[in-house]
Design a protein around this ligand. Structure first.
Ligand code: AP5
Length: 194
């Protein structure tokens, strides 16, 4: 694969627990900066819908709140990045990496990350938000049992993921109104696109 020239196209990893607001903030980032938004959760759900061979095991794993094998996630990401590499102004990679090894594999196979935005919120807040969304999301993993498992998976891995990137990591308190959080996001991204 042709490497992405990150001096021209930034690669931003958008991380945070389940329900921390990654998708909400990515929508706002896309509207302001025109970046390409790739959510690994969305890519996986699209793959499940397509009924492909590699999708067969995915539903059960996601309903257990566990991580899908990285070969599958990284393949999907690579394909999506490659398909948009020419026209993209920069990439928002939402929900990846979720394990230390995923971060290493991404940088080895795709490109170095430019900056990492991490949305920080308590487990109580995350749970309340996801339960609030459950009625309308139609997502099989937005139920009390799976939310607990998603949180556990997140908590088991998160510190190790973040510890790998002390210089590129930007932590944002995500327990505030959406627009206040976005103001801080802009203070991180504005210098990147200047
Ligand atoms: P994924 O789809 O990525 O789910 P997630 O990480 O659990 O996060 P969500 O999409 O549910 O939440 P979000 O942070 O985007 O929050 P949102 O903006 O929607 O992953 C699903 C599954 O796929 C995983 O469990 C795993 O199995 C698999 N998977 C994905 N990536 C993988 C990977 N890299 N490797 C292996 N497996 C992988 O907001 C949530 C709610 O809160 C909304 O109702 C919103 O309106 C509200 N809200 C947002 N911001 C605020 C705010 N500031 N104040 C109040 N409410 C707010």
């Amino acid at each position: 694969m042709a490497p992405i020239d990150t001096s021209k196209k930034s690669i931003v990893w958008v991380l945070g627990g389940p329900g921390s607001g990654k998708g909400t903030q990515c929508d706002k980032i896309v509207a302001k900066y025109g970046f390409t938004h790739l959510s690994t959760g969305d890519l996986l759900r699209a793959e499940v819908k397509s009924g492909s061979e590699r999708a067969k095991c995915l539903t059960a794993i996601m309903e257990r709140g566990e991580l899908v094998p990285n070969e599958i996630v990284l393949d999907l990401l690579k394909e999506a990045i490659l398909a948009r590499a020419e026209e993209s102004k920069g990439f928002l990679i939402d929900g990846y990496p979720r394990e230390k090894s995923q971060g290493i594999a991404f940088e080895e196979n795709i490109a170095p990350v430019s900056v990492i935005i991490y949305f920080e919120a308590s487990s109580e807040t995350l749970t309340q938000r996801l339960l609030g969304r459950a009625a309308s999301s139609g997502r099989a993993d937005d139920n009390e049992e799976t939310i607990k498992l998603r949180l556990k998976t997140f908590l088991d891995n998160n510190d190790l993921v973040l510890a790998q990137y002390p210089d590129k990591l930007r932590r944002i308190n995500a327990e505030r109104p959406v627009d206040e959080i976005f103001a801080e996001v802009q203070s991180i991204l504005d210098p990147l696109v200047a």
